[in-house]
Design a protein around this ligand. Structure first.
Ligand code: AMP
Length: 278
């Protein structure tokens, strides 16, 4: 008689509880850190983690240290019940949802200088907070593999750099951007867009697809590519369009397999990020 282990999602609310559970876990652990309001982008990371590991841990924590003071922390969408259902549907083993991850007056990690450009320029200190919480979460979950979306390209690059610099024995798995059928990259922040803004936002993916085609046809001049992107985005509140290599240095000449084109457009207070890796 084959005994089937009944599946139950275990929700873990405290750090101590997670540490105790972790001590007794065997096999490869796949870890997916998130801030909740889960959508198909997150689900694709979880599914990949499920395919590649014996045990999957997902965390949901809206990390205060990565928000600028007074900016959108309290407004960040929270959908606890729906998130739990999604984790059950994906057969996640452990869902870590701590109330807090910090003690008072903690020493903060200082992210390297390249974390103060682009996203880190608009949101100074943002990546200090991201690296701080990710390192804490890594130390609690001790995963073999950790899953991050290419959508947050600079975040992914800085985490890869941290893992390398600190000799962390963790594989960082970069996952493709999941989009709506319209092309719009999925983001928890899309709920803030009006239908008209959502329609206008389609120009973003259109512009980066155009750039991808142009490069595929042989264009190597970053300026020409950027100008054509700006042309498609004209009338929108474009924060930046950049062509960088995987270390996030700006490049004038596109290097196949080592180029990311980044676009950020604002709709009121909502910033939409998109990118394409060439
Ligand atoms: P967040 O909850 O926004 O912190 O995102 C958690 C993880 O999901 C990060 O590694 C993101 O890069 C990733 N992610 C968010 N949106 C997408 C998307 N549309 N496609 C793929 N990954 C995504």
């Amino acid at each position: 008689l084959k005994l089937l282990k009944e599946y139950i999602l275990q929700i873990v609310k405290t750090i101590e509880e997670l540490q105790n559970i972790r001590k007794n876990l065997n096999g490869n652990i796949g870890f997916v850190p998130t801030m909740g309001a889960l959508h198909d982008g997150h689900i694709s990371l979880i599914r990949k983690a499920k395919d590649e590991n014996e045990v999957v841990i997902v965390s949901i924590f809206v990390n205060p240290t990565q928000f600028l003071k007074g900016v959108d922390l309290n407004k960040y969408p929270r959908k606890e019940e729906a998130d739990i259902k999604i984790c059950q549907m994906c057969k996640v083993d452990y869902l870590f949802m701590p109330n807090s991850m910090y003690e008072k007056d903690e020493v903060l990690i200082k992210a390297p200088i390249n974390s103060y450009v682009l996203e880190g320029f608009t949101r100074p200190g943002h990546f200090d907070g991201v690296l701080q919480v990710v390192l804490k979460l890594f130390n609690l979950t001790l995963p073999k593999n950790a899953y991050f979306g290419k959508k947050d390209a600079q975040q992914l690059a800085l985490i890869q750099q941290m893992v390398k610099n600190l000799f962390l024995p963790i594989n960082i798995i970069a996952c493709d951007i999941v989009r709506e059928s319209s092309g719009l990259a999925l983001s928890s922040r899309n709920v803030y867009l009006t239908p008209e803004q959502k329609e206008e936002a389609l120009k973003i993916s259109k512009s980066i697809y155009m750039a991808g085609n142009l490069i595929a046809k042989g264009e190597r001049d970053s300026k020409i590519v950027k100008d054509k992107i700006y042309k498609i985005l004209e009338n929108l509140d474009v924060e930046y369009v950049r062509v960088v290599n995987k270390r996030f240095d700006e490049i004038e000449k596109i290097e196949p397999s080592n180029t990311i084109i980044l676009v950020v457009v604002r709709f009121g207070n909502v910033r939409l990020l998109d990118n394409i890796w060439m």
